[in-house]
Design a protein around this ligand. Structure first.
Ligand SMILES: Cc1ncc(COP(=O)(O)O)c(C=O)c1O
Length: 462
């Protein structure tokens, strides 16, 4: 069956065959196996059934999918991951995945170096939640019985993880730009009992970046542990086109105690690839444990000795290593330029939104997430209309997202709006694919079309 239009890249499958041949050659000295595909007809039938089932998805790979934080992996990541599937290495111990463990160590060291760390302790894990769990677990070992704080816009995972770890958790309100309010934090620090401050380097809802220079200043005075949740925003450390304040924060990211970054968000990896890094390798002592079953093949470091998860996909490390080999994590490189394009796309959309009288913008995007609201007499009406635009846009194949945000992020007085609710339902777009930049005009055209329809219906209903 030939596809009608080249929507999904498939040429790369040819490369996989050559790579498989090379991989197989490495095992040639073994007695032949004569392996073949068991029951090809049935496998083909089931696979086509799977393809049919997978059609029930939003088109995450397409630039008109401009909603949630989702983007396809790079072809090289996909291929390298698949190639590793013929071996299925387990990066828990060298016994389960020698090459992929080494590739993980190299790839993670490159990520640490991207943040300015020549020495570190770190590893890959299932994703941002697991990575943050390890960072907060370590902090709980260092400051037992103390409280963890994060901003009200921090990912909800922090309060949940703290509960899992038996650590008290408190939220600190945000300023009008969606960043942690440092003055409120200081008042809370004066009351005592805080062991850890989580700085979000790119919040999930709006992409706001907590002000690290001020937080570092406070750490100096109150000596808490500073953890950076850069799960979404970490890679922007390579970007040359950030705003001045945002840039100031990225410039001192190397001074925090731990960093979480998700290669499966902006690092072009398939899901199942988070990364946690500690500045001080000595925290490795907290992971110390005995295992009678593994670690017997070598005295070299087994990744299971420095991670909470046991079995982990070596394929995730292989995909990441291959991607970083092709697109090194350096300023001015191709990977950095992709991030710059996503931010440019966000700035372009923001500029258009600012000029459109039916919309109201909050603060300018710090990274590549844009949020905006409808401008109507009351906040409740604006929320309803945002939901209607979201649904109408999807009818034209433009997929956006919604976010419930504090009304304080918007200048209601300037917009002449009545505050009849404390939060407002906003439209939100994560423009995280570099292709979004070339598609902004089309995205805008469809957004205006959806808005026209919803506005007419709203007027007719008045
Ligand atoms: C800032 C931040 N932290 C943590 C997470 C959780 O990451 P994951 O979904 O990979 O577990 C997310 C997810 O969007 C995030 O944006």
């Amino acid at each position: 069956m030939r596809s009608l239009s080249p929507m999904l890249e498939k040429d790369s499958l040819r490369l996989l065959r050559d790579a498989l041949d090379k991989l197989e050659a490495g095992f040639a000295p073994l007695p032949p196996l004569g392996t073949s595909l068991p029951d090809e007809g049935s496998v083909a039938r089931v696979l086509l059934e799977v393809a049919g089932r997978l059609q029930d998805n939003y088109p995450y790979f397409h630039p008109l999918y401009a909603g949630q934080m989702l983007k396809p992996p790079h072809p090289v990541a996909r291929l390298a991951y698949m190639l590793a599937m013929w071996i299925n290495p387990n990066n828990h111990a060298l016994d389960g995945g020698r090459a992929s463990s080494q590739m993980e160590k190299e790839a993670v060291a490159d990520i640490a170096r991207m943040f300015g760390w020549e020495t570190h302790l770190g590893h890959l894990c299932g994703g941002g939640t697991m990575a943050n769990l390890e960072a907060l677990w370590v902090t709980g070992q260092i400051h037992p019985g103390s409280t963890v704080v994060a901003s009200q816009q921090a990912h909800y995972t922090h309060s949940r993880i703290s509960a899992v770890l038996g650590l008290a958790f408190e939220s600190i309100p945000c300023d009008r730009c969606g960043r942690m309010d440092v003055q409120v934090l200081q008042q809370r620090l004066d009351q005592g009992g805080i062991g850890t401050v989580v700085a979000t380097i790119g919040t999930t809802a709006t992409g706001a970046v907590d002000p690290l220079p001020e937080l570092l200043e406070l750490r100096h005075r109150y000596s808490f542990r500073l953890h950076a949740d850069a799960a979404y925003g970490g890679y922007f450390v390579l970007s040359d086109n950030l705003g001045e304040e945002t840039q100031r924060t990225y410039a001192c990211l190397d001074e925090v105690d731990s960093i979480v970054v998700d290669p499966h968000k902006h690092g072009l990896q398939p899901y199942g690839c988070g990364c946690v890094l500690f500045r001080d390798p000595a925290v490795g002592s907290f992971y110390k444990h005995d295992s009678p079953y593994t670690y017997f093949s070598s005295s070299e470091l087994h990744l299971g000795e420095i991670s909470l998860e046991c079995s982990r996909p070596g394929a995730a490390a292989v995909g990441l290593w291959a991607t970083q080999r092709l697109l090194p994590l350096v300023r001015g490189g191709e990977f950095a330029s992709m991030l710059q394009d996503t931010r440019l796309a966000a700035l372009k959309l923001f500029e258009k939104l600012q000029k459109e009288p039916r919309f109201m913008t909050a603060f300018p995007p710090e990274l590549d997430i844009v949020v905006w609201a409808a401008r109507l007499a009351r906040v409740s009406q604006a929320s309803e209309i945002a939901r209607a635009i979201f649904t109408e846009a999807a009818r034209y194949d433009l997929h956006l997202a919604l976010a419930e945000l504090p009304v304080d992020f918007f200048d209601l007085a300037a917009a002449g709006m009545e505050r009849d609710r404390d939060t407002i339902t906003c439209l939100r777009s994560v423009l995280m694919k570099p292709e979004h930049l070339a598609w902004i005009e089309r995205i805008w055209e469809l957004l205006v079309k959806a808005t026209d329809t919803v506005w007419q219906q709203h007027k007719a209903g008045d």
